[in-house]
Write a protein that binds this ligand. Structure first.
Ligand code: XMP
Ligand code: MG
Length: 180
């Protein structure tokens, strides 16, 4: 385990197992629909890579980068598009792939945007759900794991751009972010 990590919340094995299970499920559902999988950068990258490789349907991938956090631990309440899609979503079946839903601001913004752009259907697929963090009313369609209201890192999730490469989800030791 990395020296800055206090405890592991979801292990590498649990994540890999879940990706296979969810990928198989989605595979069946999207068999003849050529969905557009939209990864929300940068956090969704490992999850997207693993879950989509468990699907054996035709699919297209694109990426969106939005920010609401900066280097802070809490959401600023603002969502800004840093990088938009290269693909038209009109008439497409979308799979939005996210690392975590916390306040729900990012996803509710994206869902509104894609509805406005006339997507045919939208499914939210998130590795983690932190239900206690919610400030807007939004639910994911597919959730890997629920996590408590703690700041988590690893498997795409960062603290000041570090720890995204860890293969598990963990909680940092408090001294790392200036706590006790
Ligand atoms: P919202 O609040 O818009 O948050 O649902 C979505 C984005 O916020 C980031 N986020 C976290 N990042 N550990 C992180 O490293 C966390 O515990 C955490 N909670 C929210 C994340 O980028 C997510 O896409
Ligand atoms: Mg994110």
């Amino acid at each position: 385990m990395h020296k800055d990590i206090e405890k592991i919340l979801v292990s590498q094995e649990e994540i890999q197992e879940k990706c296979k299970e969810l990928g198989a499920q989605l595979s069946e559902e999207y068999q003849d629909r050529f969905p557009l999988a939209i990864g929300v950068l940068k956090g969704a990258l490992p999850f997207m890579s693993d879950i989509l490789r468990s699907m054996d349907t035709y699919l297209e991938m694109d990426f969106m980068d939005v920010s609401s956090y900066g280097g802070e631990l809490r959401s600023s309440g603002e969502v800004k598009i840093e990088k938009d899609l290269n693909t038209k979503v009109e008439g497409r079946d979308l799979l939005i792939i996210e690392d975590i839903i916390d306040s729900g601001l990012t996803l509710s913004y994206l869902v509104d945007l894609f509805k406005y752009r006339k997507a045919k259907s939208i499914k939210i697929v998130t590795l983690l759900d932190k239900p206690e963090g919610r400030t807007v009313d939004i639910k994911a369609d597919v959730v890997g794991f629920k996590v408590p209201n703690e700041f988590v890192v690893g498997y795409g999730l960062d603290y000041q751009e570090k720890y995204r490469n860890l293969p598990y989800i963990g909680v940092l030791k408090p001294h790392v972010y200036g706590g006790e």
